[in-house]
Design a binder for this molecule. Structure first.
Ligand SMILES: Nc1nc2c(ncn2[C@@H]2O[C@H](COP(=O)(O)OP(=O)(O)O)[C@@H](O)[C@H]2O)c(=O)[nH]1
Ligand SMILES: [Mg+2]
Length: 358
């Protein structure tokens, strides 16, 4: 069993040494524990520092693509490097490195495919009252949207087993944390959570420059992701709401008409009609969204199979730079590859020989 701990980094040369010093090199239940960083177009010495401190694998993206893309690139590389379990942590030493052990336990015990570290947000000293309240509200919304019970949905300290990692497909640009939970919930991946410890804050968040930006981006992301998975609920609820308003406005007109004052309320008739058309449009958007969601499921399944084929063929990870000091053993791609067939489908001479040898 191999565990790879992945760390997305953007200009983290200063913080990395402390973070790496805290990470385990051995974890019970694993024969190998390796470290991987995703350098997302850093302009400082992130890669050199990582190498100097024993990082085994480097995925170096040419330019800054954002955390969600970095996370996906890292996950892909970890799978191709043969990880059975992938743990993701922050480069700023936010999470307590030794808690990796707690995080992987439910996976090792076969109780979960994905485990989210719970920072127990109410106990974090450097989070303001407002940030704690928003975290609680946001996490509640994500729990509703994902039908899961994850208490700390924005936590970046997580573990995925191979199956969960193979199925993960992040589309959102800003946040992979929320999308992966909603996706896992909808795909019925078994999610668990464990309490984990955090270290004192070393610097301000790079991801969210201000509280306003934090709320805005997360709210938009939750809405978009939820609408992608549940378009009928989102659009039909809105359609029903606007439809009811249009009905109320029309009733107002009918009452006035019955009282002989219809001419004075033509505006109500027009407003009701406009609202009714809006409701019909929303209803239709729900139907289109639902058709697209079905399409998305098929794309997802195709993607998953392509990924399995890539893994089977031993395709190299993209943007990968191995560390000469820590050569990584790879899975042998030829181990389970079927023997080649001639164009007419018959076994080739080579195949026959190979078969005889076996
Ligand atoms: N790939 C990538 N990672 C980033 C980027 N910005 C921040 N990170 C990493 O994402 C992780 C979380 O960032 P951090 O500033 O600690 O955010 P917070 O924990 O949400 O406050 C750290 O490991 C950062 O190095 C980025 O643009 N791309
Ligand atoms: Mg952090």
């Amino acid at each position: 069993m191999k565990l790879i701990i992945q760390i997305p980094c953007f200009n983290e040369a200063e913080q990395l040494p402390r973070t790496l010093a805290d990470l385990p090199r051995e974890v019970e239940g694993f024969d190998a524990v390796e470290w991987l960083i995703v350098d997302d177009g850093s302009t400082d010495d992130t890669v050199a520092v990582a190498r100097a401190h024993g990082v085994d694998h480097v995925v170096r993206l040419t330019n800054n693509k954002g955390l969600a893309a970095g996370f996906q690139a890292g996950l892909d590389a970890c799978l191709k490097l043969g990880a059975d379990v992938v743990v993701n942590t922050d480069a700023d030493n936010q999470y307590y490195g030794q808690d990796v052990v707690k995080l992987v336990r439910p996976i090792l015990e076969g109780r979960a495919d994905m485990v989210v570290g719970d920072r127990e947000v109410t106990n974090i000293e450097h989070f303001s009252w407002l940030k704690k309240s928003l975290q609680r509200l946001g996490s509640w919304v994500v729990r509703q949207a994902s039908s899961t019970s994850v208490p700390d949905t924005t936590s970046g300290f997580r573990a995925y087993n191979r199956e969960a990692a193979i199925q993960m497909l992040v589309v959102s640009k800003f946040t992979y944390t929320l999308e992966t939970i909603i996706q896992a919930g909808k795909q019925l991946v078994a999610i668990d959570h464990v309490p984990i410890r955090t270290n004192p804050q070393t610097r301000e968040s790079r991801l969210f420059p201000s509280m306003g930006a934090y709320v805005r981006r997360n709210a938009i992301s939750i809405f978009r992701i939820y609408a992608q998975y549940e378009p009928l609920r989102v659009f039909w609820s809105l359609a029903a709401l606007i439809g009811l308003v249009s009905l109320a406005v029309w009733i107002r007109f009918v009452v006035a008409y019955a009282e002989g004052n219809g001419k004075g309320h033509v505006q109500s008739l027009i407003l009701g009609a406009v609202l009714f058309i809006a409701a019909v449009v929303l209803w239709a958007l729900g139907v289109i969204g639902d058709l697209l969601a079905a399409q998305r499921v098929m794309t997802q399944k195709t993607f998953e199979r392509v990924r399995r084929i890539e893994l089977e063929l031993g395709v190299e990870p993209s943007h990968y730079e191995s560390n000469p000091a820590h050569p990584a053993p790879r899975r042998d791609p030829s181990a389970s590859r079927p023997a080649p067939l001639a164009s007419d489908g018959a076994p080739t001479e080579e195949t026959v020989e190979e078969t005889v040898e076996v």
